[in-house]
Design a protein around this ligand. Sequence first.
Ligand code: PEP
Ligand code: MN
Length: 338
Amino acid sequence: MIIVLRPEATPAVADEILARISSLGLKPLHMPGSERVVLGALGDERVLAQLHLESHPMVEEVKPILAPYKLVSREVHPHDTVVQIGHVPIGGQRFAVIAGPCAVESRAQMKNTAQIVKDAGAVGLRAGAFKPRTSPYAFQGLGMKGLEILRDVGAELSMPVVTEVLEAHDVDAVVQHAACLQIGARNMQNFALLKAVGQTRTPVILKRGMAARVEDLLLAAEYILAEGNDQVILCERGIRTFETCTRNTLDLNAVPYMKQKTHLPVVVDPSHGTGIRDLVIPMAKAAAACGADGILVEVHEDPKVAWSDGAQSLDPAGFRRFMKELAPVVRAVGREMP
Ligand code: PEP
Ligand code: MN
């Protein structure tokens, strides 16, 4: 429920109403605006009726939050949230490119790839140390060793690092080594993991599940915000459809839809979204054109020998072309890019 106070309501009035909301076991929200203070109450709305706030002399309006997700919705938070990954803001004027290999394979591979993507203009470094592979016999990632490599390389090049956390019991270790956690498509509805990352204050890139509706993604994000972590970036990475010529179907409808319904930044992963290297640049341009705040893209120093996702990884020259071709599209929609 949203409770709009009258312009003349004092801070003491807001405090009194918030205390009454808490006393009913509901979660109180305080959202001061430039003209009016807006309060919120999350939880069982039938309970709220007991407070009879409509008849409070300092309450202008009491209205339900119509969306099933609350904290992520623009109804509750009208202005864009800018999530800070290390020194890199995501969701503001600047369009962000976060690039790197699918997986950490070795220190030399990570250093070389990080230098290549940094020189071409990437602002963040991605790579997986814990890999969620379809086959149990496929490379599962270097684990802790991979995290250490990532942390060192990120620090050397002063690039904030994004890496996937697969299990709740690894959250603390990953937080120690990375500027941003990634929840992968296969874990989008792992509610225990969502709650665990919600208890940190580390930013999270939450990827859309391959069979998840946009509303499911937004409700998954709500789990993280409900635990107190509002540093969430949503990622469209393609969904399973009847189409088989691409690995996934990149649902770009989701980008402007989510930008309208939520205040959270939205990034797009055209690598997993297509599975095909030659489609990565055109779909990244399309993502920028429809309002994405950034791109997550796989780059390998030599994709033909990559231990995972080589077919969708750009090579160094391909990544330089990616940056060159993306920049004019980003600028055409009024955003900035190095
Ligand atoms: C990845 O980013 O390497 C990855 C495993 O992504 P997704 O969870 O989207 O498949
Ligand atoms: Mn991958």
